[in-house]
Design a protein around this ligand. Structure first.
Ligand code: ADP
Ligand code: ZN
Ligand code: ZN
Length: 722
């Protein structure tokens, strides 16, 4: 075999096989790096990508030939290969595993003939739409920029090919800033492409239509998990071959090959959905920043409640900071806010707030809804229980109803009740397979486990003692809707949560009904708290948000604050209503500092409090974490594996700057009869953590052979929760 025909090929193989690097194959003809191939692996035939760099030729090893390759797909470009290489290294996964996971699934199975048929179909469709001509209605001209938008755009332009954090309160008009940046990027050169990332739930047909309408001369495609596989391939291909100039997508779109990439925007950059939670656990936000640096293009991170990670970088000057503190919808209040004296807090005297006048902390209540805190413990408790909804809140809902305005009740728990309970013997509806309760769903009288999916009919009597009187404990969205309907029979109540939106298209239809004014009161989980521009909504109420105050999850407080501020942002988005809009919080801890910060709409002050806590506890962003998790039939087996791993770590010099914590059960210890145990690895230095993981993890691949019960193990770098 001549060396010229030996190729490195990254093949699809799961992480536990330990196959992290490309393998070597022979080929009759030279194949460019980035070519899609099929190769034999053991007894199977698997997809792979011809990789860059030189192939290792193992001694006395017969190399096998590439089985087939796709000639109709332009090879994936070098910068894409570099991105996948970086992500695989950083998140400790196989290059081939990651490469194939982020390509459109159809590419795995299509051959040249199949791809040719597809391409013919796309070409025919393109011809049809070209014949149909440009849309008859001209797009509305973009609004005149508000002063803060102009200032933000100037700051972003000044930063050039760097990262800018756009901290803009909800309704301040961030989308308009994104669109202007896209416009600017596309005007730069004829091949330019812009990538716009949004959280899954925010990618609605309305947003897509708005972006497409804004760029009638350009092709806009979307990439997200709700597309059919053929649609996803068609859109991906349009991006890859440069035909699409704007790519609007969710986290998976960060891996789109974009030859003309000129700008990356990450909307709601703090959103947890940017972190992939299985397989290669990458952060699309962090990879977007990396990719921007790699390609020397601007990256814009936008949020009303930036992640503490991004906030700290902006404070340190590593990201530029642009601030918009007033709502676009209420220019009158903008002036009132600007004229008001000192902002509510003085804590965040940072260099950045001094350097940009507009970047000082949020003026109090700049067109934001007024906060109404209800002390639930101070209310009369007729049956030993606080009421579901405080009488004052019910009255406020009634007022909205009379005025034809909409309200939103937020409850982060779907189903009817989180658990069924027998008062006679104490039985509760636990899941036999998981360390979790089975949730009561009244609609089909089922008990369903939200973790393993086990669903059974509700028993007529207690399974332990036969008592007929088993009752729901607590409250989910289903029950809240029912109770609300009883309190306000004339109201049109709708519910949006993961249950109501399971069917394809259901979410879009339900949101459209809210926009069309067919709903008076919307009951929903966090799904509806973010992003949506509900024009008639003047009241938002968090029914029971206290759980987030005292959670063991170190990010819970950050997330709760973001959620409530986002939710508040749903109210009073049209100028006429801004002054009458309210955010209600039902709480047993009305004096909690989180709510006080919320009342002042004081992101910066709250961030400073949280950062002080994180620094004291040595948590991110002041340290860097990785979680090693082992899953086994028995917890002891998983623990033994992790202890063995810790012993191996102790032998490594790279372990000096890292701390390994004892193995502990995962917060949800058992799912589908599998026990999950995890071990935290922490270091002050990101590089030191990476060096350690690279030295350590390869040594773990042989371990499962000695720990028979271990089903799988994986590492999560920069985990969202510990
Ligand atoms: P954000 O994303 O910051 O929450 P949006 O981009 O949704 O805010 O903007 C809020 C509202 O303000 C939208 O209805 C938008 O059309 C409007 N808006 C944005 N910019 C302007 C502007 N320059 N002039 C008038 N209205 C604007
Ligand atoms: Zn019982
Ligand atoms: Zn279960």
């Amino acid at each position: 075999v001549s060396p010229a025909t030996v190729l490195p090929v990254a093949v699809e193989a799961p992480q536990y096989t330990g196959l992290l690097r490309p393998l070597s194959y022979t080929s009759e003809q030279p194949l460019a790096p980035g070519t899609l191939v099929h190769v034999p692996l053991g007894k199977r035939r698997v997809p792979g990508v011809v990789w860059r760099g030189s192939a290792e030729v193992p001694e006395n090893n017969e190399l096998r030939p590439v089985a087939a390759h796709l000639t109709r797909l332009p090879p994936l470009p070098d910068d894409w290969l570099a991105l996948v290489e970086f992500a695989a290294a950083y998140y400790q996964r196989g290059i081939g595993e990651l490469a194939l996971a982020v390509l459109p699934p159809e590419l795995r199975r299509l051959d040249d003939a199949g791809l040719a048929r597809r391409q013919a179909r796309w070409a025919a469709a393109a011809k049809r739409s070209a014949r149909a001509g440009a849309p008859a209605v001209l797009p509305p001209s973009p609004p005149e920029l508000l002063p803060e938008q102009s200032a933000a755009l100037a700051r972003i332009a000044q930063e050039g090919a760097g990262t800018t954090l756009l901290h803009g309160v909800t309704g301040s008009g961030k989308t308009e800033v994104y669109l202007r940046c896209v416009e600017r990027a596309l005007a730069g050169h004829s091949q330019a492409q812009a990538l716009l990332l949004v959280p899954e739930i925010n990618l609605t047909p309305q947003l897509e239509a708005r972006v497409a309408q804004r760029f009638p001369q350009h092709r806009v495609v979307s990439l997200h998990s709700r597309l059919t596989p053929p649609q996803r391939l068609a859109n991906w291909m349009a991006a890859h071959n440069g035909q699409a100039q704007v790519v609007l997508g969710t986290r998976l779109a960060v891996f789109t090959p974009l030859p003309g990439l000129a700008l990356i925007v990450v909307d709601e950059e703090h959103d947890a959905s940017y972190k992939q939670q299985e397989g290669a656990r990458y952060s699309a936000r962090d990879l977007a920043v990396w990719r921007g640096r790699q390609r020397a293009v601007p990256v814009l991170l936008g949020s009303a409640t930036p992640s503490l990670e991004s906030w700290v970088r902006a404070q340190q000057g590593r990201y530029a900071l642009a601030t918009m503190s007033t709502r676009a919808a209420s220019p009158a209040e903008l002036e009132a806010g600007a004229a008001s004296p000192a902002p509510a807090h003085a804590g965040a005297a940072s260099p950045t707030s001094a350097q940009a006048g507009a970047a000082s902390p949020t003026p109090a209540h700049a067109g934001m809804p007024r906060l109404r805190l209800v002390d639930m413990l101070a209310l009369p408790h007729p049956r030993g229980q606080p009421p579901v909804l405080a009488p004052a809140l019910v009255a406020a809902l009634q007022e909205r109803l009379a005025r034809g305005e909409q309200s939103l009740l937020l409850l982060n728990r779907r189903g009817y009740a989180p658990v069924l309970h027998c008062a006679a013997c104490g039985w509760k509806s636990g899941c036999p397979n998981c360390s979790a309760w089975r949730v009561f769903h009244k609609i089909d009288r089922s008990l369903r486990c939200h973790h393993c999916g086990l669903a059974q009919a509700v028993p007529r009597a207690c399974l332990d003692c036969g008592n007929l009187d088993i009752a729901p404990l607590g409250r989910g969205t289903e029950k809240l809707s029912e109770e609300l309907q009883a309190l306000l029979p004339q109201a049109r109540v709708a519910r949006i949560d993961a249950d109501s939106t399971r069917a394809a298209g259901a979410l879009d239809a339900q949101l459209a009904a809210v926009h069309a004014g067919e709903v008076d009161i919307l009951v929903g989980t966090q799904m509806v708290a973010k992003g949506h521009d509900f024009r008639r909504m003047t009241l938002v109420a968090a029914v029971n948000p206290d759980a987030g105050l005292f959670s063991s999850d170190f990010r819970a407080s950050e997330r709760l604050f973001a959620l409530l501020l986002q939710a508040a942002g749903r109210a009073g988005r049209s100028a006429a209503q801004a002054s009458a809009s309210e955010m209600w919080i039902q709480t047993q801890h009305p004096r909690h500092p989180l709510y006080a910060a919320l009342e002042r709409h004081d992101y910066a002050g709250h961030a400073q409090t949280l950062l002080a806590e994180r620094q004291a506890a040595g948590l991110p962003p002041f340290s860097h974490l990785a979680l090693l998790r082992a899953d086994a039939k028995q917890a002891e087996q998983a623990t033994a594996f992790l202890q063995h791993a810790a012993e191996l770590a102790a032998l490594l010099p790279e372990a000096a700057p890292v701390a390994l914590y004892p193995a502990v059960p995962h917060p949800l210890a058992r799912v589908a009869n599998v026990e999950r145990v995890q071990m935290l690895v922490e270091s002050r230095s990101r590089q030191a953590l990476q060096r350690f993981l690279w030295a350590w993890l390869p040594a773990l691949h042989p371990l499962p052979r000695q720990h028979k019960g271990v089903i799988r193990w994986a590492v999560d770098v920069d985990p969202m929760a510990i």
